[in-house]
Design a protein around this ligand. Structure first.
Ligand code: NG6
Ligand code: CA
Length: 517
């Protein structure tokens, strides 16, 4: 016992040895590159995030894997591109857990290496076991499993899916928080319960706190329409306006409770996903309406987490990562004036890039990525090294003293060198936007495979016009044309052929292959 303790001390004190950092991964929802001050936003104050950037590194080629939530999160936790696995697109609120419990995740790897692990915030990876292929079989009134715990998170305080999907309740360690057993919850994605109001009726719409613009006309919760139906569980229903406070409070409390051992916190904010029902203290803090104000709320949550690290005395040995699950969207189904206010203020939520959420262009998956690690990462560093969130499992396993090999065998590259000093490791990255929409970035080139065009004007903002046909090979030179306005495929047939072959090879490497164990 005593000898082991001495050996352990020697190992930590060995010259050149760097202590394993605590890891805090802060994840935004639908927040674009252009929404943060440190990436050029003028209309949204984000002092805490800007401070994080100034104290660490800011990456200019950081990518989520997909232009929507579930697949990006799946990739980030498993190290496998989600498009290789069926059933990983945006999930309903009653979906079963999509990560097989037999496979390693970044959380199981760190847990097994001695880290305390937790997830707080938006889950959206399904809960419960798949019974046949039937969704909706989960009983929310009993212990809910499998879930975060079975894929590596020892503590969880989550919402099941999104703020716009039922059930609109928090789940702590597999139990609905504040549930009155005399008022059980029922969830349905098939049809309304008897007596449910018809949110398509004009009379009801006039009474809503925030009207819907598309979808979101099923359950009525807190004056806002949602996707799916739910009844019962009244005492457990969350208050949309305090959600950020609840999540940030849980995260801060957990940090304080585990500060004496290495820990890994995955903090998945709901900001600024719809419905954007912000706390009154944030309302009007930007000229952009609820969408901008929700970014201010996110910044405050970041501040509370950084403060908890300081207060616990562990900020100096904690790697803090901050990124977003997909690019920005304006009208995502509610009339919250995002489109009009952004137009009037000239705010560009995707910064210089084309598209946003749902798009295979840069605006869909090129997102903020910050990394702070005092004493290791140089303050104020800016790096153009390619880093994808799918790299987090191999990279964080390496930094946490776990084995990166199971993740490296998939799509996860150990980019710990890029995180430490900005040096490039990865040479290309595949992006995906649901359906058969793919793109590949390599150097200054972005190749976008042919896809069916959609009218994305209200999604991505004024001036967002598709500059040409999309059902053809598109090649853009990001150095000269970051906004992907000019298709230079015809002038560079050999580049198109090479990038297309690379994308095809990546895709051919496997879809639904046997899982690693
Ligand atoms: C879409 C929803 C959108 C949002 C998205 C998921 C409608 C009409 N649209 O289906 O509002 O919830 O799914 O967003 O229902 S994500 O960030 O979680 O991927
Ligand atoms: Ca999202």
């Amino acid at each position: 016992m005593r000898l082991a303790a001495v050996l352990c001390l020697l190992a930590v004190a060995a010259p050149g040895a760097v202590e394993r950092p605590n890891i805090v991964l802060i994840y935004a929802d639908d927040i674009g590159w252009g929404d943060l001050g440190c990436y050029g936003a003028k209309a949204i104050p984000t002092p805490n995030i800007d401070r994080l950037a100034a104290q660490g590194a800011r990456f200019t080629s950081g990518y989520c894997t997909s232009a929507t939530c579930t697949p990006s999160r799946y990739s980030m936790l498993t190290g496998e591109y989600a498009w290789r696995r069926k059933g990983t697109n945006v999930l309903p609120g009653d979906a079963a857990l999509v990560i097989p419990t037999s496979r390693p995740t970044v959380a199981t790897a760190l847990r097994d290496a001695g880290y305390a692990t937790a997830v707080v915030g938006k889950w959206h990876l399904g809960l419960g076991a798949r019974k046949g292929e039937e969704a909706g079989s989960l009983d929310w009134n009993k212990p809910i499993a499998p879930g975060p715990r079975e894929v590596g998170f020892q503590f969880s305080f989550i919402m099941a899916a999104t703020g716009d999907r039922v059930p609109t309740v928090y789940v702590r360690d597999g139990s609905v928080v504040g549930l009155d057993p005399k008022d059980p919850i029922e969830v349905s994605y098939k049809g309304p319960f008897p007596g449910d109001p018809d949110l398509k009726s004009e009379a009801i719409r006039r009474t809503l706190r925030q009207d819907w613009s598309h979808g979101h006309n099923m359950a009525l919760v807190n004056g806002v329409g949602r996707i799916g139906w739910m009844r019962g569980g009244k005492a457990a229903v969350w208050d949309d306006t305090t959600m950020g406070d609840v999540f940030a409070g849980q995260a801060a409390r957990w940090i304080e409770s585990v500060k004496d051992k290495p820990f890994f916190l995955y903090y998945a904010s709901h900001e600024n996903h719809v419905p954007r029902v912000v706390h009154p203290r944030h309302a009007g803090k930007t000229p952009l309406g609820p969408r901008g104000d929700a970014v201010v709320a996110f910044d405050e949550q970041v501040g509370r987490i950084l403060e908890a690290l300081e207060r616990s005395g562990v900020a100096g040995k904690t790697l803090v990562l901050l990124s977003s699950d997909n690019g920005p969207v304006l009208d995502d189904g509610y009339k919250d004036e995002a489109f009009e206010r952004n137009r009037d203020a000239g705010h560009l939520p995707a910064g210089p890039f084309r598209g946003g959420k749902y798009s295979p262009h840069q605006g869909g998956t090129r997102v903020s990525l910050l990394a702070r690690w005092p004493g290791v990462i140089k303050p104020g560093a800016v790096s153009d090294a390619l880093v994808s969130q799918v790299d987090f499992p191999a990279t964080l396993a390496r930094l946490g003293g776990a084995d990166p090999a199971p993740f490296a065998a998939l799509d996860s590259v150990d980019v710990s060198a890029s995180i430490r000093d900005g040096s490039p490791v990865r040479d290309h990255v595949v992006s995906h936007a649901g359906g058969p929409r793919y793109s590949l970035r390599e150097g200054n080139w972005a190749y976008v495979a042919p896809y069916a065009a959609a009218n994305l004007r209200t999604y991505h903002g004024p001036g967002h016009v598709t500059p040409g046909p999309t059902n053809v090979d598109q090649l853009h030179d990001l150095e000269k044309d970051p906004g992907e306005r000019r298709n230079v495929a015809a002038d560079n047939p050999e580049v198109v052929a090479r990038l297309k072959a690379r994308l095809d090879a990546a895709r051919a490497k496997g879809e639904n292959q046997p899982l690693p164990r």
